[in-house]
Design a protein. Sequence first.
Length: 465
Amino acid sequence: MSVSLSGDLFSRSTRDTAIDELHAATALYTQDPIVVQLLDQIAWPAGHGALLDTSCGDGAFLGRALERLLETHADVSDVELCARLEGWEIHFFAASEARTRLRRVLIDHGRDASSADALASQMIRCGDFLTEGPRRGQYQAVVGNPPYLRMLNVPEPLRGEYEHLLPEYARADLLHSFLDRCAAILARDGELAMVTADRWLFNESAARVREVVGQHFGLAGLTRLDADSAFYRPKLRRAGTPPRIHPVAVVLKSRTEVVQPIGRAPIYPDERRAGVEVAPAHVLSEIAEVRLAPWLGTPGIFLIDAAVSAQWPVGTTVPAIDTDDIQAGVLTSPRRRAIVTRPEEPPASDVLAHLDRELPRMCGRGRSAVRWMPPEPFHRFDLSQPSLLVPRIAKTLKPVRVPAGVLPVNHNLSIVRAGSMTLDELEALLNSQAANDWIAHRAARLENGYRSITTRLLRALPAFR
Ligand SMILES: C[S@@+](CC[C@H](N)C(=O)[O-])C[C@H]1O[C@@H](n2cnc3c(N)ncnc32)[C@H](O)[C@@H]1O
């Protein structure tokens, strides 16, 4: 008994070490603009089908997908949410990061913290997709960036498990195994949108994988990606350089609606006519600071009418603006003020007395560990320069000038501040037809012609010149 128990413990810990090594060797996370481009090429969340990310890392694809689902199906039930979005990740830490990301999206869309926790845990399975994941299924969409690693380099005991289970033709590289399984569980009218290393498209060792995938699916899009800008590495990575790969964005659809069939014959990405748009070289987040306006919790506590603070010492508040302060695209005179507090120093006595009186009304998710701090502190925020704000729900991009010293508040606004471009240039970019067309193709549609222009989407806006 004791021998087999210690044997179990031993084998469990070597498997954990192998998972750490596999994660370190395969974790190259996809940058948001590419995630957005790929999700734009599939019909999901239209219909009722499920979307799967087989190896979700920190949840880049799933976070974006969840936003789209919640923004187009505002009244989706918890049960339906779990049926429509599923992620797998073998590494515990990455899985917990993905859950945190989904939790944040759920809370931003009105779920309370405890149901967001429960939903995120159900949607993300921490496990080995190849050995524990679904082997049959009817997924409507499979998205992501599956691991690429030659099987020879997969650490034991995982390699032994894969060799035991996976068909021989799909065993040369983990990418082949994932593609083979994805094709098996995708509905015949389903869609696959993934970043992959390019070599499965032309290597002889993947000929049978191409043939199997090509039985029901063909190439609907193929774009060369730039390896230097397409990925980021997880924060907790182990030392070592990422593998040198040549990535492509691949979209597979039913054979009946494809640009090019797939079969044993090699496909050379650079010889093809472009199927989809090339990833932009520069995006807004590289040339400007784009952030979400802070949410200050229940109104009347940290966000107050100007009259409330009229007698308070100078500097205890700053003028604050929300969407209702914008009229016909122009900012009106701010009617509200935001209380400025710092965690290390209690505010002036009048301010503290106001907070102590009003804080019992604060909603659950607005409460902070330091009682005089708002849920999203902004005391480090530099208000010395003017900025632009972009309403989150709008028909087009509508940048509005905000003078220095004024704080935009509430997640309904994104704040854009100058970096390597001047504010005038940024304003011209946001007002350009190209930028508005780009947003119109990507922002989730709401009712009456409105769109959801998220901060994340703005960050990914190409810097059209
Ligand atoms: C290339 S990263 C991509 C992550 C994410 N989809 C993205 O695009 O940002 C691949 C991820 O697959 C995970 N992974 C590797 N083998 C796996 C397996 N057998 N089952 C589930 N996840 C796996 C790794 O831990 C890593 O986080």
